[in-house]
Design a protein around this ligand. Structure first.
Ligand code: PRP
Length: 205
């Protein structure tokens, strides 16, 4: 099987859950993006790209549900995983807090363009979405946006930048993703992986 795992903060827990499920993958080197183990292959990719790899042929991946939703990729998600838990929230400077229903015409900075558009259109509010690639908390500070939609885990980054949460857009956790064709053509292998991870999740709960 081919696995694609996210570089960055989800990598350690992803390797750990696979190891506990019987898939002992060595900690990959920073710069080594492909490695083999026991006849399998492991790719390391940006968390945002994991659903794209899985949709286009990599058998199995792990990434955050925020990314799966944002990419809108056509992948099978058999399991939520018990790590990477955080939330995607709308936040803005403490001194200008406004309910989302009253944000018509506001500029919203985010890495999550599609989720942000869907969120505001479900409220019937028209906003301008400014797509950034990271450090979005900067945007309201320097006046290029009125609010942000971003990941909040401990809330430290928001506080450090004078921002407060106005609304939760979605809860987030890591997810196991499976390529839709592999789900059929490699059913037995994938089924044993899913069952083994389910056991680990159950034991750890
Ligand atoms: C994420 C997120 C926030 C921060 C939230 O950033 O975008 O900035 O973590 O965590 P906290 O609530 O515990 O402070 P990340 O480090 O992934 O980098 P990014 O700014 O490039 O998105």
């Amino acid at each position: 099987m081919r696995f694609v795992l996210p570089k960055g903060r989800l990598l350690r827990d992803s390797l750990e859950i696979l190891r506990r499920a019987g898939y002992k993958i060595d900690e990959p080197g920073e710069r080594r993006l492909i490695q083999r183990f026991n006849g399998h292959e492991v790719l390391l990719a940006r968390a945002f790209d994991v659903p794209v790899y899985v949709e286009h042929g990599v058998d199995v991946g792990i990434t955050g549900s925020d990314v799966v939703e944002e990419r809108g990729s056509d992948v099978f998600v058999p399991l939520d995983l018990p790590f990477g838990k955080c939330r995607l929230s709308l936040a803005m400077p403490r001194e200008s807090v406004t309910p989302p229903e009253d944000m018509d015409g506001y500029r919203i900075a985010t890495k999550y363009e599609r989720i942000t558009r869907n969120y505001f259109s479900s409220l019937g509010v028209e906003v301008e979405v400014i797509k950034l690639s990271g450090s979005v908390e900067l945007a309201p500070k320097v006046g290029i946006a009125d609010a942000i939609v971003d990941i909040v885990e401990t809330g430290t980054t928001l506080r450090a930048n004078g921002l407060v949460e106005v609304d939760k857009v979605m809860d987030v956790s890591a997810q196991l993703l499976v390529n839709r064709i592999s789900q059929k053509t490699k059913f037995d292998e994938i089924n044993s992986l899913v069952l083994a991870i389910k056991e680990v999740v159950k034991d750890g709960a």
